[in-house]
Design a protein around this ligand. Structure first.
Ligand SMILES: [Cu+2]
Length: 460
């Protein structure tokens, strides 16, 4: 449960829509940024104690990276942590060597070392970047930030409102609870859940929105494992116009469920009605943020060209089917699994290796090959969540089409990169493998990934 006491401690404060780092330049279609990962102190609400975190450029969230579709993004990265790290560019159809998976697509960046990430931005949308080395520790400490790619003709983006969501597990002194990091209970159940909700790095911030007309709210969840659910005041309908970056045929929901790593763009028809964002995933309704209007000329978003996803659902007549049977975790049916070539009981794996989850009878990891795909083939990942837990399944390097059960009774065919699966659900994730490389497929509940829920799809 998110702690109400902590929630009520904070008061509202003005918060900029987006924060541009000073050290950015754009030249000849190259957007250049510098990111430094280091220990940092952060204040979650006015007069709070300083919390010790690990951040990019001393900011929570990390600096918003802005770019235009077609740009090259070039990021000079410096690791000033006392441990190795890498950056993953979540949702980007990236060059494999820029994907940021240590030991799979690049060597980890050692303390004091640098690495330059350089890749083209092929799609518009809201993406994010985050640490991908022991993410269950490093993302927990704050190593993530948003990446916004817009169309060159988009003249309304300055009205967009970015909402980066996280739940932190804090003690009474506003410090991260570090003792519970790596708790086997969390790893075998629903992952690490925080007790302190933030929007854009602040508790209950007051967020400026345009005074009238349409307004785009852009949600991004950076939680470890918590699935959040949001309502607007007066149950203002939230019209979903983009999912995990890609535009979609608009449809309205009353409550918006956001799983770890997922993104949604929401169109609100009349921003003058916006007062509060409320988190409703638990029995308590918690005010996540308040809104205040700022003077702004009224603008109507042109959503007509945005209805179409980046690319259509491919033909599946000759698709290659890859079966992925997910097992493990608490109250599951996994008695034993293969780990490093040896069959072991789940009890042994849990106690000695902190491994709890398996794909097709094998504990996952960067060494687990799930499939070899020929470049250009259409693939169906036929995934069966044979566990008692929800999982937010993420594919690197490409989006997939999924007949989603995430939006209520009616299934909906959507293009996305992270899909929230219910216990016992069977689902097909469909994509054309047009991006060569070694791509990770894993649960984005970071504790599940760390304890075995991940494998590699090779495209050559
Ligand atoms: Cu999971």
């Amino acid at each position: 449960m998110i702690n109400r006491r902590k929630f009520l401690l904070s008061s509202s404060s003005a918060f900029a829509l987006t924060q541009l780092p000073s050290n950015v330049y754009a030249k000849n279609g190259i957007q250049h940024y510098k990111l430094v990962a280091e220990a940092a102190e952060h204040i979650f609400y006015p007069n709070a104690q300083k919390s010790k975190l690990s951040l990019y450029n001393q900011q929570s969230p990390g600096p918003t990276i802005h770019a235009v579709k077609g740009d090259i993004l070039e990021v000079d990265f410096l690791n000033l942590l006392d441990e190795p790290t890498t950056i993953h560019w979540h949702g980007i159809r990236n060059l494999n060597e820029m994907d940021g998976v240590p030991g799979l697509t690049q060597p980890a960046v050692e303390p004091g070392e640098t690495f330059t990430y350089r890749f083209p931005l092929k799609d518009t949308g809201l993406f994010w970047y985050h640490a991908h080395t022991q993410a269950w520790k490093q993302v927990t400490k704050g190593l993530y930030g948003p990446l916004l790619v817009r169309d060159v003709n988009d003249e309304t983006h300055h009205r967009d409102v970015l909402l980066v969501l996280d739940d932190w597990l804090l003690d009474d002194n506003e410090q991260l609870q570090l003792d519970s990091l790596g708790s086997l209970h969390d790893w075998s159940h629903g992952g690490r859940h925080g007790n302190f909700l933030t929007v854009n790095g602040q508790s209950k911030p007051n967020i400026a929105v345009p005074s009238n007309g349409q307004c785009k709210l852009r949600f991004l969840s950076a939680t470890n494992a918590r699935v959040m659910k949001f309502e607007l005041n007066k149950k203002i309908p939230m019209k979903i116009i983009a999912i995990d970056g890609s535009p979609c045929a608009p449809f309205a929901v009353e409550k918006l469920t956001v799983a770890p790593a997922q993104r949604y763009d929401i169109l609100v028809e009349d921003s003058s009605q916006l007062e509060e964002l409320i988190e409703v995933s638990t029995s308590e309704r918690l005010m996540a943020a308040s809104f205040s209007t700022t003077k702004n000329t009224q603008v109507k978003y042109d959503t007509t060209p945005l209805h179409r996803p980046w690319y259509p659902l491919p033909q599946t007549t000759h698709a290659k089917i890859i079966d992925i049977h997910m097992q493990g975790g608490a109250m599951g049916n996994l008695a034993s699994a293969v780990f490093e070539g040896e069959e072991k009981s789940l009890r042994d794996l849990a106690q000695n290796d902190a491994k709890l989850w398996a794909f097709n009878g094998e504990i996952g990891g960067y060494g687990l090959a799930l499939a070899d795909i020929a470049l250009g083939d259409t693939v169906i990942l036929r995934v069966w969540n044979d566990t008692r837990w929800r999982h937010a399944m993420h594919l690197h390097g490409q989006h997939f089409w999924v007949n989603s059960k995430e939006f209520g009774e009616q299934n909906r065919q959507v293009l996305r990169d992270t899909y929230l699966m219910q216990p016992s659900e069977k689902v097909d994730l469909i994509f054309t493998a047009d991006n060569p490389g070694l791509w990770l497929f894993h649960c984005h509940m970071l504790e599940h990934h760390a304890s075995g829920m991940g494998g590699v799809i090779s495209v050559t």
